[in-house]
Design a protein around this ligand. Sequence first.
Ligand SMILES: *[C@@H]1O[C@H](CO)[C@@H](O)[C@H](O)[C@H]1NC(C)=O
Ligand SMILES: *[C@@H]1O[C@H](CO)[C@@H](O)[C@H](O)[C@H]1NC(C)=O
Ligand SMILES: *[C@@H]1O[C@H](CO)[C@@H](O)[C@H](O)[C@H]1NC(C)=O
Length: 371
Amino acid sequence: LIVCLISFFPFFLLLSGSVHSILLPTIQKLMKGYNRYLRPNFNEGPVEIGMSLDIASIDAISEINMDYTATIFLRQRWRDARLMFPGNESVSVDGRLVSLLWIPDTFIPDSKRSFLHDVTVENRLIRIFSNGTVLYALRITATIACNMDLTKYPMDRQVCTLQLESWGYNLQDVVFYWTRGNDSVKGLDTLRLAQYSVESYYTSVSEAVYETGNYPKLVLHFALRRNVLFFILETYVPSILLVVLSWVSFWISQSSVPARTCIGQELSESNGNGSIPIVSSSQPNQSVEIGSTAEDSTEQSANSDTKNHTGTKEKAPNQGCGLSSVRDASRKAASVFIVENPHNIDRYARTVFPTAFLFVNILYWLYYLFL
Ligand SMILES: *[C@@H]1O[C@H](CO)[C@@H](O)[C@H](O)[C@H]1NC(C)=O
Ligand SMILES: *[C@@H]1O[C@H](CO)[C@@H](O)[C@H](O)[C@H]1NC(C)=O
Ligand SMILES: *[C@@H]1O[C@H](CO)[C@@H](O)[C@H](O)[C@H]1NC(C)=O
């Protein structure tokens, strides 16, 4: 029996509250009769829990996964009258003693993954003030969903939220509030992001309605605007330079077909017309006709149109006058595009080409910047 008692002695100690004996006298006294499974104000009104956030970083904003990863300091404070003690100061309690206290069951509903940092110890802090106020701070990294509208990419603006809800306590038990309204969130102003800048942010209080009841909810809204400069330097300027470069080809003589084709994109042997760009240089007149750069194709098609019409015109009288008059009209219309001197095409293109580019650009930038 004695052996039995001795072997169970540590157990008895534990059950009789040996944990309390390690604590400071103040906390030991506080913990006497404290039931951590009961919320403060039990059987009375709801506990008011004030929240504030420090955004330490927003690391990855992913368009593919539609989420962002943020590291935040979450501070929650509430008043637990059972923890009041006489005096004027506060006590900071070891983070491991969190398990002895009642704490709110706050969670982030949109988070896909999250973790509490635990190097070198779990990054949490508990401070108890003499008036019973408890401050509970955590450092969390969470990947949080954010629905993005990418129709205006890369000149888009995304509004993301960070929501905090109570998991189990509904509005009868727990009420959330931001401790300092819009100023409860710090760190967003000084945040440096690779592609975005934080345009604005504000906080709001709402409630989450589920089948099981209404739960307190706090929301931080923040708007991110993508930095276009990055894209201008990376994408737009090279593309514009490429277009400007292709413009130069209108100044190159038509007889030097290889030079003209070199400037455009790589031309395969079998392009739309089925003609081959390399032509014997001994027949410069022919090369104009066969020349298969993109700029010449309009002229060529105009020529072939008229050829077709003249070819079919011989058959036209057999098929009634109604059709032939249509053919005549279309032939007249086509004759407008017949160019006596092919060099004129280049001359027109020199102005039409940049004008068209400018026009498309104006439409493009108007739509993306102002609509
Ligand atoms: C609390 O501290 C402040 C200054 O730190 C002092 O003025 C005040 O008298 C103290 N109150 C009590 C109840 O000790
Ligand atoms: C309790 O004390 C803290 C620190 O002095 C103070 O910030 C807080 O407002 C007090 N809370 C109440 C409910 O008096
Ligand atoms: C917070 O900011 C929003 C948007 O700017 C504003 O509508 C709201 O009134 C502000 N709230 C407070 C408490 O200042």
